[in-house]
Ligand binder design. Sequence first.
Ligand code: UGA
Length: 445
Amino acid sequence: MALKITVIGTGYLGATHAAAMAELGFEVLGLDVVPEKVAALAAGRVPMYEPGLEELLGRHVAGIGGSSGRLRFTTSWDELEHFGGDVHFVCVNTPQKHGEYACDMAYVDAAFASLAPRVKGGALVVGKSTVPVGSAGRLAGLLAEHAPEGVDLAWNPEFLREGFAVRDTLHPDRIVVGVDGDRAEKLLREVYAAPIAEGSPFVVTDFPTAELVKTSANSFLATKISFINAMAEVCEAAGGDVVKLAEAIGHDERIGRKFLRAGIGFGGGCLPKDIRAFMARAGELGADQALTFLREVDSINMRRRGHMVELAREAVGGSFLGTRVAVLGATFKPDSDDVRDSPALNVAGQIHLQGGQVTVYDPKGMDNARLLFPTLRYADSALEAVRGADVVLHLTEWREFRELDPAALGRVASHRVVLDGRNALDGAEWREAGWTYRAMGRPRA
Ligand code: UGA
C-alpha cells in the first residue's frame, strides 16, 4: 500500500512538497493553521505565485474533475490524527525574531507540540524547516516524551528555489537526510524512490550535519553574491566592468558562473535571515569567530541598496524632493510574488522617505507590495510607472522588463535616465533610444 503522508505548513515549501508527494503517488494530507490558505489550496488555487504549482495541484486535489484525488488539505489536527500518516513532514517557517538575529522557532515548536500526541506508533516525523543546529536533537527529545512508542525523527532540509519550486522538489539536485537509525533512512528512501532512481544523490548524515548543510549552503550562496558585489564596488572605483569580470572568472570551473550576478544584492525570506540566524547560533555555541565574515557579507549586501539610492539621488540632481522616480520591480527576484526583505522595495521605500514620489510596477508582486508599503504609488504597467519620471530604476530582473521598448518609454518619461540595479537590461539598446543608461559596477558610457 502507498505510504500516507502529511505535510504541516503550506507555504512555498509545504504546498509544493504536498503536491509533489501526491505526484509521486502517495496519499497526502496538508495541514495549515490559516483557514484562507487551506480553502484556496483545497479548491486547487495557489495562494502565492509559483510557476507550475497550480497545474500540479489541479492534477491531484480531491474534488477537482479528473484529478487523482490523492491530495487534501485541512486546518484540523483531529483530521490529521484520523488520517493516520506514516510520514509527517514539518514545513512551517522560521522567520527572523523581531529585533534579534536569531530565528523564531515558535511555529516549529507549536507544530511539534500539536503533532507529537497525534502521530501513530511507528510513524516517522521529518523536519524540513530551516532551523538552528541542535534543534533536531531537542525535538527528538520532545517526541520521545510526548509521542507514542517507536516514533522516529529525521531532518531533511529543503533546497528549493522560489520560482523553480516544483522542478526543484520533483527533481532535487541532492536529498540530504539526517537520521539516527536505519529505519528512518529506509522510509525516506521509499518516499524519495523516484528522484533517487533518476540519479539524485542521497546523502545520509547525523542530525547536526543535516541542519548545518542547509544553513551553510545558503551562507555560501550569500557569500558568493556579496563577493561579486564587493568586486562591483572595486570596479566602480577603478573603472572596471563587473559583468565582464564575473564572466571571466566564471569560466574557471572551480568558481563557476552561477550566483555571480552583481546588483542590488540578495533578499527574500531565506538568505538574509538564514545568515543572521547562523551567526546567532554560532555565537551561542561559542564558535562566533568562525562566522564573523558573514557579518561582512550582510553589510556588503545592505550597502548595495544604499548605493542604488545614492545613484538615483545623483541622477535627479542631488535631492529627491519634488522628483518622480519610477521603480520597475518589487519582488525580491523574478518569477515570484514574494516581497519579503526585497531589495527593490527597500530602495523604493528609502527614496519615498527622502521625499521622492515613487511609482512602482511589478508583474506579480503588486498585491504583496501594497500590503507592505501602502504609501508608495503603484502603476498598472511599466509604461504608466515611467510616465513623467525623472529617473527609472530597474530593480527586479523580470523578463517583461528586458522586453520593454526603450523608445516608447522614452516618449513618456520626463528625463531619459535609467539605472539598472540588476545588470540585466541591454544598455546599448537603451542608449540608442536616447537614454542615459547606468549599471552597477560598470563604467559609465
Ligand atoms: C534560496 C536558495 O537559493 C535555495 O536553495 C534555498 O532552498 C532557499 O533560499 C531557502 O532557504 O528556502 P530563494 O530565496 O528562492 O532560494 O532565492 P535565490 O534564487 O537564492 O535568490 C536570493 C536572492 O539573491 C534574490 O534576491 C536574488 O535576486 C539574489 N541574487 C541571486 C543575486 O543578487 N545575484 C545572483 O547572482 C543570484
